[in-house]
Design a protein around this ligand. Structure first.
Ligand code: BES
Ligand code: MN
Ligand code: ZN
Length: 493
């Protein structure tokens, strides 16, 4: 994977000989005095644009000017909107990264006035997110015609000190984690197989000295993971239970991060309509989030123990596939009547969650899954659903959502909803009635948490964007890497 090199630098950007200087400005303010020299190099174009209101500083607004002299060749103003926030800086830096890529500019700098650790971190994350592109599967044009991607972005800070250096390091780590996740989510199902996710997890583990164990069908059969294996019985590919262990803390209980890793979800015998079925390659975004978060957490060297767990397979119709009406026995001994084979994510997670809870006795357990279409109906593509049995964990997740710029909204897990998943023949069935689909899915998962303090993130609406969001292009968003990282960070020593 190609990623943009990030650095932090201080001083008047008028002295930086660089093809592009991006300047993020809030609305309704004149050009900051520190930029007087840069303004002069553009022949006063920047202050003029502000004065004439050709550039108002509205969010995502941009204005490009050319400069003379030995400093920046081009200067781009980027609007932050009314207030300067960390998330706003991330967004503006992402636009800078995208524009630089589109313009074929290979080196750029980003100025935003503030230079505390959080701001530098968010600028670094944004720049890297914006510059990310998945080009692996496109035939390259001849060298002479190839667009030149952004290679380096320098964050301009007031001082290069411990704070701005720490911000840069954390930003690099988080962005790298997000881009690992985005690459996995972008890859088609014939390339991003359970074995490929396992290999990526092992690569992360090797680079950071984590323990990583991968189990296949044989091992999981011996362990009695009948729920997970029911989903996997329709595919010849070996399913993978992946466990990554990061030890940055002492002897305290770890946090478990759990991800749904369906490399393709056809629906199985309860097959999905053909229209847009290709989107179901993204059904491993929760798993990608776990791998990405482990990458970030390990390179940030957070002082806490974290275990990442992934259940990965594909959901296929075949002669060996599970059928509606089948009853299977989960790892924790509970029996499940399968009403709809397309409610497969919860069947996989059931066994991974109870395995995580029993094996690691976590202080907190958070799973992420592209679990229900119902969450898209409820919250659209803006917020992830946050559900859980432990309000403390849920509250920390909602705070992590805010810090990470990945909005989340809580939904209830009241006992009334559990009525819907009662079965006549087994301990429960795998779907409820039509209404409240995201809640009944979470109620199902709650049957398998074995008392662990738990929250669940339904990211079906937010892991992938079909619309160009301005700050981020069409494709995988990197959600929920930042939520995971912020949650873990909030509990680290
Ligand atoms: N992976 C899907 C959820 C999904 C659906 C994500 C649409 C994004 C868009 C999940 O496995 C699924 O198929 N869920 C079913 C559950 C239903 C059968 C109760 C759904 O939401 O339709
Ligand atoms: Mn499904
Ligand atoms: Zn699915």
């Amino acid at each position: 994977m190609m990623s943009v090199a990030l650095a932090v630098r201080a001083g008047d950007p008028a002295g930086f000989s660089i093809p592009l200087l991006a300047i993020a400005l809030p609305s309704g303010t004149p050009l900051p005095r520190e930029l007087a020299k840069v303004d002069r190099a553009t022949g006063g174009a920047l202050s003029r644009a502000l004065k004439e209101k050709d550039f108002k500083g509205a969010r995502d607004e941009t204005l490009l000017a050319y400069a003379k002299g030995k400093g920046p060749e081009r200067v781009m103003l980027i609007g932050l909107g009314a207030a300067v926030t960390a998330n706003g800086v991330c967004r503006a830096a992402s636009i800078a990264g995208r524009k630089a890529n589109a313009m074929g500019v290979q080196r750029a700098a980003f100025w935003c006035g503030a230079s505390d650790a959080t701001t530098v971190e968010n600028a670094a994350i944004g720049a890297s997110l914006g510059a990310w592109e998945y080009r692996d599967l496109k035939t390259l044009p001849p060298v002479s015609e190839r667009p030149k991607p952004l290679v380096s972005m320098t964050i301009v800070a007031a001082k290069v000190d411990a704070a701005s250096r720490a911000g840069l390091a954390a930003g690099k780590a988080i962005a790298e984690g997000q881009n690992v996740a985005r690459t996995l989510a972008m890859m088609p199902g014939n390339l991003c197989t359970p074995a490929h996710i396992a290999a990526t997890a092992q690569d992360v583990a090797k680079r950071h000295g984590l323990k990583c164990t991968v189990r296949g069908r044989k091992e999981m059969t011996a362990m009695g993971m009948g729920s997970f294996l029911a989903v996997a019985q329709g595919t010849p590919q070996d399913p993978k239970l992946i466990v990554m262990e990061y030890k940055g803390g002492g002897s305290e209980r770890p946090i478990c991060l759990v991800g749904k890793g369906l490399c393709f979800d056809s629906g199985g015998i309860s097959i999905k309509p053909a229209d847009r079925m290709e989107w179901m390659k993204f059904d491993m975004s929760g798993a990608a989030g776990v791998v990405g978060a482990m990458e970030a957490i390990a390179s940030m060297k957070l002082k806490i123990n974290v275990v990442g767990l992934i259940g990965s397979t594909t959901n296929m119709p075949s002669g060996t596939a599970m059928n509606p009406g089948d009853v299977v026995k989960a790892y924790n001994g509970k029996t499940i009547e399968i009403i709809n084979t397309d409610a497969e994510g919860r069947l996989v997670l059931a066994d991974v969650l109870s395995y995580a809870a029993r094996e690691f006795k976590p202080q907190a357990m958070v799973d992420a899954a592209t679990l229900t279409g119902a969450i898209v109906v409820a919250l659209g593509n803006t917020a992830m659903g946050v559900l859980g049995t432990d309000q403390q964990v849920v509250d920390e997740i909602l705070a992590a959502n805010k810090r990470g710029g990945e909005p989340g909204w809580q939904m209830p897990t009241w006992p009334e909803y559990k009525e819907q998943i009662k079965s006549d023949v087994a301990d429960m069935k795998n779907i409820g009635s039509r209404g409240g689909g995201s809640i009944t899915a979470a109620m199902f998962l709650a049957e398998f948490i074995e008392g662990a303090p738990w929250a669940h993130l339904d990211i079906a609406g937010t892991a992938y964007t079909e619309a160009d969001l301005g700050s981020i292009g069409r494709g995988p968003t990197g959600v929920p890497v930042r939520t995971f990282v912020e949650f873990v960070r909030g509990r680290a020593r």
